[in-house]
Design a binder for this molecule. Structure first.
Ligand SMILES: Cc1cc2nc3c(=O)[nH]c(=O)nc-3n(C[C@H](O)[C@H](O)[C@H](O)COP(=O)(O)OP(=O)(O)OC[C@H]3O[C@@H](n4cnc5c(N)ncnc54)[C@H](O)[C@@H]3O)c2cc1C
Length: 492
């Protein structure tokens, strides 16, 4: 077995540069890191909404939050507002916070359901600090305020640039050029080197494929194969355009369901990212661009671009001496902003089980099993948004409403419908609060609630709920406006 002394990262999008940043910072002097990227090919140029674990990853790398936010024109993100998903004209926010206070025997939703039956529950989101702060367009970080769970909206191109500077400072070597061919060992099939169009040969021991949808190493070279999930996640295209900001940036992403897909709005400090994710079986690319342009709320700054994808995953994320990270490893819907998270966790896992003294099947199997398990749980959560809908106004929504879903998801929906119970599995990204907010938001009303809630008198339940609600309202009242906070936080 060959020792791993040199890592070659193919591709310089967000995935490549994040892998480069982590390896160069944390394994400097132990492994050499080279990154190859092609200016001619460029990057996918989207991927601007994130989820809270990004903060932990940044902290591990020692990334300064204020410096990062300035460099990427980032705003704070407290969740996602889903409009028209369960029913036309209805909306809800899936926030990053916890809702209410549960008991050991049952979750908060049961108390809320009982209060709903008695007629004084209010909205489920009334009991979530982050959700109320999002609605009030407020945000703040201070020792005097309750802790707040948040992520960012960021400029993807600026983020890759920022990570490049960070990595090069830590000794990463960057090579510009297009990969023309890949050389493999005759007997093992392991990748030995990549050859650029210039003729330059870059040898390595471990290769990280971050070449985006092309999968130059993992697929074009190693023919790893792809498991297609488009029967569950039928959207296969996106039109994307950047616009001028139409007002002060809000601290949440907007996801607006349209007739054959959904539209995102991602507010940055200096502009808004917009896109329409759609299913080309029901909407042509030209009509998608028209629909997106008709629904922009600011002046377009760029020409619309069409991006094609296929939802699913590589059969192996790690194959031989090649690990796929980012779009080369597969793609879920951008609906819950999980892609960047997935390669952050992939990089962490790779570093935790780094095969310094050689690549044995055990390390590959463990990596693949964990990665695939996590991906499938996230997949179920995303399918939930499409499946649980009352919409039957277009062929696309009729398809989603009636499609078969994985048994694992069907069981969860059934459990919530019948009993109001939700669970979070080991190693699962989305929390009980996330599942609850989306299930309720999409229109499921559980048939029953836990009767331990009846051990509280009506008056006790009312004052329990009122105390939570009032505490949240008072805390939100004291928060600064999101925009004002960014201005002072990002000031040099
Ligand atoms: C419509 C859409 C919306 C999305 N929204 C979100 C979101 O909100 N949040 C989120 O977390 N994720 C989102 N994603 C996913 C996110 O964009 C990606 O996960 C992220 O940008 C990482 O991409 P990447 O680095 O894998 O690929 P890319 O950005 O495509 O980078 C590929 C790199 O490989 C290089 N390359 C390719 N071929 C060669 C070659 N032959 N030789 C040399 N170099 C080569 C390219 O030049 C480039 O540097 C979205 C994706 C899509 C399609």
């Amino acid at each position: 077995m060959q020792q791993i002394k040199k890592v070659v990262i193919a591709g310089g999008g967000t995935a490549g540069w994040l892998a480069g940043a982590a390896l160069s910072k944390k394994l400097a002097g132990v492994v050499d890191v080279v990154l190859v990227e092609s200016d001619e090919i460029g990057t996918v140029g989207v991927g601007e909404a994130t989820i809270p674990p990004m903060r932990v990853f940044h902290q591990l790398l020692g990334i300064d939050e204020q410096e990062f936010m300035r460099a990427t024109s980032a705003t704070f993100k407290l969740g996602i507002e889903f409009e028209n998903w369960g029913k036309l004209g209805e909306s809800y926010i899936h926030s990053f916070g916890n809702t209410g206070k549960g008991a050991w025997m049952c979750q908060f939703v049961h108390f809320w359901l009982r209060a709903k039956e008695l007629g004084y529950s209010g909205e489920f989101g009334d009991y979530c600090y982050e959700l109320q702060a999002a609605k009030a367009n407020k945000f703040g970080l201070s020792a005097n305020m309750p802790p707040i769970s948040y992520a960012y909206h960021l400029d993807a191109t600026a983020y890759a640039k920022y990570l490049r500077a960070f990595s090069e400072k830590n000794g990463l070597q960057r090579v510009e050029g297009k990969i023309q061919s890949v050389q493999q060992n005759d007997s093992t099939g392991f990748i030995e080197s990549i050859i650029l169009a210039s003729g330059e040969c870059i040898e390595g021991d471990l290769f990280i494929d971050c070449t985006g949808f092309r999968g130059v190493l993992i697929e074009q070279t190693l023919n790893t194969g792809y498991e297609d999930w488009s029967h569950w996640l039928p959207c296969d295209s996106a039109a994307a355009v950047q616009t001028e900001s139409s007002g002060e940036p809000i601290p949440y992403t907007k996801s607006i369901a349209r007739e054959s897909g959904w539209q995102w709005r991602i507010p940055l400090q200096h502009r808004t990212g917009n896109g329409l994710v759609y299913c080309s079986h029901y909407l042509t690319d030209v009509d998608a661009i028209n629909q997106l342009q008709q629904n922009l709320d600011g002046k377009a700054l760029t020409d619309p671009r069409t991006i094609k994808f296929r939802t699913g995953r590589r059969r192996k994320i790690w194959n031989k001496n090649c690990v796929a990270l980012g779009l080369s490893s597969g793609f879920l819907e951008p609906l819950e902003s999980t892609s960047i998270y997935l390669f952050m966790i992939g990089i962490s896992r790779l570093m935790q089980s780094f095969p310094f003294s050689g690549i044995y099947p055990s390390v590959i199997d463990e990596f693949n099993n964990t990665a695939i398990d996590e991906l499938e749980k996230i997949r179920d959560f995303i399918i939930l948004h499409y499946k649980v809908t009352d919409r039957d106004d277009t062929p696309f929504w009729r398809y989603c409403k009636n499609m078969d879903i994985p048994d694992s998801l069907a069981q969860r929906i059934e459990l919530f419908k019948e009993y109001g119970h939700i669970f979070q599995l080991d190693g699962e990204l989305f929390r009980i609060d996330s599942w609850t907010q989306v299930m309720l938001g999409q229109g499921i009303v559980p048939k029953q609630y836990h009767h331990v809630t009846q051990t509280m008198t009506d008056r006790e339940l009312q004052s329990f709920l009122a105390a939570i609600k009032n505490g949240i309202n008072q805390a939100v009242e004291k928060l600064p406006a999101h925009h004002d906070f960014i201005k002072s936080y990002c000031k040099i």
